[in-house]
Ligand binder design. Sequence first.
Ligand SMILES: Cc1ncc(COP(=O)(O)O)c(C=O)c1O
Length: 395
Amino acid sequence: MHAPDRDYHPETRLVHAGTLRSSYGETSEALFLTQGFVYETAEECEERFQSTTPGFIYSRFSNPTVAMFERRMAAFEGAESARATASGMAAVNAALVGQVRAGDHVVAAKALFGSCRWVVEDFLPRFGVASTLINGLDLDAWRNAVRPNTKVFFLESPTNPTLDVIDIAAVAKIAHGAGARLVVDNVFATPLWQSPLTLGADCVVYSATKHIDGQGRCLGGVILASEAFIQEHVHMFLRQTGPSMSPFNAWVLLKGLETLHLRVRRQTETAAAVAGALAGHKAIARLVYPGRPDHPQAVTVAKQMSGGSTMVALDIAGGKAAAFRFLDALKLVRITNNLGDAKSLVTHPATTTHQRLTAEQRAELGIGDGLVRFSAGLEHPGDVLDDLVTALNAV
Ligand SMILES: Cc1ncc(COP(=O)(O)O)c(C=O)c1O
């Protein structure tokens, strides 16, 4: 990483950090759509493979456009190192699987995005890695779940879709006391509002598909940690198993990073306005928004997040039928399963992202049939609010 990348304000780093300008001196980052690289001599090729001279070899290992994205993300997050992946799930999977082997044990908060929960609950045990899912809000549950072979703690905060906020610093302390490492999925917080590494986490993962692109164009993921962590747990796993990010997607995501702070700030303002305006609506049984004083973990929010959220959780009174009437009455806000997009979006978790869980498992997580997850977009806040209120009045 270029040392000066660290000295600028975050907004400046999002525009400039990590740039590798080619000999043409292009203003906008170059897109290197190449599978690999050629060498002037066989000796040079041999040295490159032996890592005795620096340079790119093959785009499954690294690529200049992907490297620019990784460097920019690392500079923004304040991490020593980053690795990009084809999707957010590729990042989560690599960050977890890369750290464990048969006989190890993983502890995770049970309020996880559906696919993350599948990796912990179903996939890891196939290879002899035991896992325990606990209530991430309960610090004693983390302590009690520790076994002599516990290697990894894993959580997301705010949680998807209920927006509970877990105390990252406290969980990191428990992890380290147990000789384990903490991985945090920071998708819902965004890198603008929460820095898990500063709070004591050992590794941060993102679905770059969300706010980092933020315009619904491509998938991507990124893993951020110390250089030692990346070298020990991530580097070889990615290089040899191949869930690499396409240079094209890296280029799109670099462009996304340039505007991330503007978009996320605006989306957060809109989400806060929506939460404030809808809180007392008769069609809503419960509304959760990190940043409101009535958030169940308001103290933790104030301690570890520098901004609210781009998301609001709305429990529509009347269960699934009422939630579907609300969703179907929307004209501007679109029904989908993505989030952090330029377009305001709504999701019904019980029938989409969390449909794999049993009704009891969903109830335990607070995911009722009336729950709707709202993701604020970049439209005029007044238009979004009008659409939401009109649809709620139709319930
Ligand atoms: C919290 C969280 N983690 C991980 C993912 C996976 O990301 P991707 O869809 O880019 O694989 C998602 C979304 O899909 C998510 O919401």
